[in-house]
Design a protein. Structure first.
Length: 269
């Protein structure tokens, strides 16, 4: 087994890996501090669409975790990059956003034209929306039936909070698919190839020199396995040890908590 400190860049999921709600998870602060002391690059990769990068950074800092905005990548910020690149290719998307203010803020900051008119929309971009209702479903349905492309900001069905799970983006996407008789055309967040491309580009690191640490087999670990990045699963979020029986391919490392990351290093050093 490769020493867990042999990599150059470490990608960390946030919800369920670094924290749950306002609770910092065991071993996180010590591990991140040690990695930085060793000169390692740290990036925080989240599928969130309900917080901006700045809000994610501020949340980390409130928990005592050193972080900078440029170290944070979210499904919302990558969605903004996706549509910005579309504009650079002389396309003129008009996007109907089903999501919260953070997603709209990132999109507008990227220069994309947003619309609330279904018949004007070329794309419907869906993120987690805690105010999702019949009116929003109807508006998105009309846009998709009129020819707009349905884009999912991430494929997460739910999101962990302390003692519970909340419906996430994929729940809204499936409702819109059912109502419109349409199909999602693109997924932006982890584990997509586009997200991997943007993250590796930002890190400046060869994929074999990166480690993805996360709590979800279906997004975090699949992200690494699909794109040649080594992986570590922490059992502090969505995935439980008994869930692993349904998967044919395992992560390179499995830890009960982040505390075991440095323990693994000490055993091999």
């Amino acid at each position: 087994m490769q020493d867990v400190l042999a990599y150059e860049t470490y990608f960390f999921d946030l919800d369920g890996t670094i924290f749950i709600g306002d609770l910092l998870l065991p071993g996180v602060k010590q591990t991140l501090q040690y990695l930085r002391e060793q000169g390692k690059q740290v990036l925080f990769l989240s599928n969130t669409t309900i917080r901006t990068r700045e809000e994610c950074r501020n949340r980390l800092r409130l928990m005592g975790i050193e972080a900078h905005t440029e170290e944070v990548v979210t499904a919302a910020s990558v969605s903004a990059a996706y549509f910005r690149e579309m504009q650079e290719m002389n396309h003129r998307p008009q996007v109907l956003v089903i999501g919260e203010q953070a997603l709209k803020y990132e999109m507008a900051g990227g220069g994309t034209v947003l619309t609330d008119e279904p018949m004007e929309a070329t794309h419907v971009l869906v993120g987690m929306d805690r105010d999702f209702d019949y009116e929003k479903l109807h508006r998105a349905m009309k846009a998709v039936r009129a020819g707009a492309y349905l884009i999912a900001a991430n494929p997460d069905p739910n999101c962990p909070v302390v003692g519970d799970l909340l419906p996430d983006t994929w729940s809204m996407v499936k409702a819109i698919e059912a109502a419109s008789c349409g199909t999602v055309q693109e997924i932006i967040g982890k584990p997509s190839a586009y997200y991997a491309e943007k993250v590796l580009e930002q890190s400046g690191t060869r994929r074999e020199n990166c480690l993805m640490v996360g709590d979800r087999m279906d997004t975090d670990i699949r992200f690494g396995l699909s794109h040649g990045i080594n992986t570590a699963l922490v059992l502090t979020g969505v995935t439980a040890r008994e869930d692993l029986e349904q998967y044919s391919t395992m992560p390179d490392h499995i830890w009960t908590s982040m505390s075991e990351m440095l323990q693994d290093h000490l055993r091999l050093s």
